[in-house]
Design a protein around this ligand. Structure first.
Ligand SMILES: NC(=O)c1ccc[n+]([C@@H]2O[C@H](COP(=O)([O-])OP(=O)(O)OC[C@H]3O[C@@H](n4cnc5c(N)ncnc54)[C@H](OP(=O)(O)O)[C@@H]3O)[C@@H](O)[C@H]2O)c1
Length: 283
């Protein structure tokens, strides 16, 4: 199987969470390789804006709205794309995020919704897409994970569990199906600037990006590289990301100190204080 079958002319990619943030950039980068890209997210209006922008720049794109936390949505989405396009060559599980609120302050249902979006939906989409990929003897599933669990990023208990789950899921999926032509890769993101949730939080707090944040463009380029080079895992951070990740696994107690050094603790504290002040919560 060559990467041009997965990315080139005649191929179809489905990118979740492509209505805004990092996902739109991933869709743009994939489209540059010549294939068709289907963008999905909940908001039809935002998807329309994103795909019109990409099409105006010459990309071959379409969009299908879906709420991946709803029962049957993942399977329905895959079925619709397969019907319209004749198959899916590349699935990018990018949709995700976290309200970044204290674990105990959220209801258990709010916590479970984080798990549903960040772990259950990628599993369901992969399950739905795999059959067709195996039938055609080719396919690639790229999932977007995060360093949250590795660095004990504040207020991300369930998000971190989900994102670490995506790493384990991808490793086993890759091992089991690569011999049959379907590969899997995971990108493990540190804090990202220029687009997405991290940048929005900085804008909300009136703060500037630190040198510890990687540009969103590097995630988009990373997705294409993961397919072209058939990479198992890529860490997207400035500097030696894989090394930092290995160090954090070796010394897990260092997480809070790393967050303080990187400015994440102060940023998060400021954001929570500002949100509480706006909501009228007493200090
Ligand atoms: N930004 C960072 O610093 C950072 C760091 C580490 C990892 N990540 C990961 O990178 C990925 C992209 O993050 P981002 O920062 O670009 O986030 P974002 O700007 O908040 O975009 C999230 C995307 O997911 C979609 N989405 C949210 N809930 C959905 C649902 N229930 N069903 C279907 N789609 C849904 C959103 O579209 P709708 O609202 O229209 O549904 C949107 O397109 C996520 O997996 C995130 O966890 C980001």
């Amino acid at each position: 199987m060559s990467s041009s079958d997965i990315l080139g002319k005649g191929s179809t990619a489905l990118v979740t969470g492509a209505s805004r943030g990092i996902g739109t950039l991933i869709a743009r980068e994939i489209a540059k390789e010549g294939g068709h890209v289907v963008l999905t997210g909940r908001s039809a209006a935002e998807l329309q804006t994103a795909s019109s922008g990409l099409a105006a720049a010459g990309a071959d794109v379409s969009f299908l709205p879906a709420d991946l936390t709803q029962p049957g949505a993942a399977a329905g989405l895959v079925e619709a794309v397969e019907r319209q396009r004749g198959g899916i060559d590349l699935l990018v599980n990018n949709a995700g995020g976290d309200p970044l609120r204290e674990f105990h302050a959220m209801t258990i249902d709010e916590n479970l919704r984080i798990l549903q979006l960040n772990l259950v939906a990628p599993v369901m989409l992969s399950h739905a897409a795999l059959g067709g990929m195996l039938d055609r003897g080719r396919g690639h599933i790229v999932s977007i994970s995060a360093m949250a669990g590795r660095v004990s990023f504040p207020y991300t208990e369930v998000y971190a569990a989900a994102k670490d789950g995506v790493i384990g899921f991808t490793r086993v999926l890759r091992g089991d199906y690569r011999p049959r032509g379907v590969s899997a890769s995971v990108l493990i993101l540190g804090a990202i600037r220029d687009a997405g949730q991290g940048q929005r939080m900085l804008d909300e707090a009136g703060m500037k990006a630190s040198g510890f944040m990687a540009p969103a463009e590097s995630v988009a380029r990373g997705v294409v590289k993961a397919v072209q080079k058939d990479r198992a895992e890529m860490v997207i951070m400035p500097g030696p990301g894989r090394l930092l990740r290995a160090v954090m696994d070796y010394f897990p107690g260092l997480g809070p100190a790393v967050n303080r050094a990187a400015g994440a603790s102060a940023t998060m504290q400021k954001i929570i204080e500002q949100r509480d002040a706006r909501a009228g919560v007493p200090a």
